[in-house]
Design a protein around this ligand. Structure first.
Ligand code: FMN
Length: 339
C-alpha cells in the first residue's frame, strides 16, 4: 500500500540494528522524521546524517524521533553510525518495500533522497520528495516546530465549526455526502453497537422533509441535503441506572459528521425543530424509532436572507458559558480557583 500525504501510514516493517523487524507503527506516540537516503558512507548521506544528528536534541525537544532509511544492510548501517558517531536511528529496507510505498524507489533500484514528517498518531503531515542536503535538517526542524505548536491547540475544525444558518442551494456532490456519513459511522459506541441509523434526504423526499420543519427553521429551505438521525433504545446498551446509550452514540456520530463537514467547507447544522411524525412518514422511519435530529447540510450562503435575529447570530462570536461553570476538578461543583 502507498503512503499518502495527510493519511495514516500503511503497515510497513523495516529492519533494525540486528536485522530484527521494526514496524513503523512502533514509533506512534512521538513525531517521526523518516528520511530516505541513497547509500551509507557517501558524501551527501554523511552530511545529511550529521546535520540531523547535530539537531537531534532540538528534534527530541519537539517530541520527535529521527530515523534514516536506506537499502543498505543493517551491518553496513551500524558501521556507518559507529564510524561517524551518528545519533539518528537507522533502519534498513533491503528489498525496497518501504521505498516503494513512499514512492522513493528509482527505476534502477536506487533511492530518491526524500523526507517524511509523520505525526504522533501515524499520519503523514508533510513530505519533501526531492531533498537537497544542505540546510535540510534545519528546514525539517522549522516545519516540525510549527506543526508541533499547532497540534497543541484545540483542533482547528472544532474551533471553526459553527451552526450557521445562511445556506446556499448549491448542490453537494454525492461523494462529499459519502464522506460525511463515513465520518459519522467511525464514531465509537457502547460494545461497538453502532446504534445510529441515518436517512439521507437529497432527492424525492427532501421537499416533504422541509415541509415538516418548524417555522423558525425557515433558513433550512434552500439546502440540498438533510440527514435524519434516528435510533431505537434496543439498538444500544441499556444499563440499570437509566443509562440508555443510543442517544449518546448518535450524538458522537453527529459530532464526527459536523467536524468532517467543516473540513470539507460545508455547514452541518443539527436541529430539533420539526414535526417528528411528519418526517418519519416522509422517510419511512418506523414509528417506534426516535428521530433524534435532522442535520441540515449545505454550502455557506448569503446572510441577507436571514431574519434580523439570525443574521446577528450568524456574524457574532461563539457564545459559551465560562469553563468553570461546566468543568469541575476532583469534585462536582468545585472549580480550579476553589482549591
Ligand atoms: C440537538 C440540537 C438541536 C438544535 N436545534 C436547532 C434548531 O431547531 N434550530 C436552529 O436554528 N438551531 C438549532 N441548533 C443549533 C444550536 O442553536 C447551536 O448549535 C448553538 O446555538 C451553539 O452555536 P454553535 O453551534 O455555532 O457553536 C440545535 C443544536 C443541537 C445540538
Amino acid at each position: 500500500m502507498e503512503a499518502r500525504l495527510f493519511q495514516p501510514l500503511p503497515e510497513l516493517t523495516l529492519g533494525g540494528r540486528e536485522g530484527e523487524p521494526v514496524p513503523l507503527s512502533s514509533f506512534q506516540g512521538k513525531y517521526l522524521v523518516l528520511y530516505f537516503y541513497p547509500k551509507a558512507n557517501t558524501p551527501g548521506c554523511i552530511q545529511e546524517a550529521e546535520e540531523f544528528s547535530q539537531l537531534l536534541p532540538e528534534f527530541e525537544r519537539l517530541d520527535a524521533r529521527v530515523v534514516g532509511v536506506s537499502r543498505d544492510s543493517p551491518q553496513v548501517q551500524a558501521r556507518f553510525v559507529e564510524r561517524r558517531g551518528l545519533g539518528v536511528t537507522m533502519l534498513s529496507d533491503p528489498a525496497g518495500e518501504a521505498h516503494r510505498a513512499f514512492g522513493v524507489l528509482k527505476p534502477g533500484g536506487g533511492a530518491q533522497r526524500a523526507t517524511f514528517l509523520i505525526d504522533r498518531v501515524g499520519v503523514m503531515r508533510w513530505r519533501w520528495p526531492k531533498v537537497r542536503v544542505s540546510g535540510h535538517a534545519q528546514e525539517v526542524l522549522a516545519h516540525l516546530e510549527a506543526l508541533y505548536l499547532a497540534d497543541q491547540l484545540v483542533n482547528p475544525f472544532i474551533q471553526a465549526r459553527r451552526a450557521k444558518r445562511a445556506l446556499s442551494s448549491r448542490l453537494v456532490p454525492r461523494e462529499l455526502v459519502d464522506r460525511l456519513v463515513e465520518a459519522a459511522h467511525l464514531a465509537p459506541s457502547c460494545f461497538n453497537n453502532q446504534p445510529w441509523r441515518l436517512v439521507v434526504a437529497a432527492g424525492e423526499t427532501l421537499a416533504r422533509v422541509k415541509e415538516a420543519l418548524s417555522s423558525g427553521n425557515y433558513w433550512a429551505k434552500p439546502t440540498p441535503v438533510i440527514i435524519a438521525v434516528t435510533s431505537h433504545r434496543d439498538l444500544d446498551c441499556k444499563l440499570s441506572d437509566n443509562r440508555d446509550y443510543f442517544l449518546f452514540g448518535c450524538g458522537m456520530a453527529v459530532g464526527n459528521l459536523m467536524i468532517q463537514a467543516t473540513q470539507l467547507g460545508l455547514i452541518a447544522h443539527p436541529i430539533a425543530g420539526y414535526s417528528p411524525q411528519r418526517v418519519k412518514e416522509a422517510l419511512g422511519i418506523p414509528a417506534d424509532y426516535v428521530l433524534i435530529t435532522l442535520v441540515v447540510v449545505g454550502w455557506p450562503g448569503d446572510p441577507a436572507g436571514l431574519s434580523d435575529k439570525h443574521r446577528k447570530l450568524e456574524l457574532s462570536p461563539r457564545a459559551r458559558k465560562p469553563l468553570a461553570e461546566v468543568v469541575f476538578w476532583e469534585r462536582f461543583g468545585r472549580g480550579m480557583q476553589a482549591e
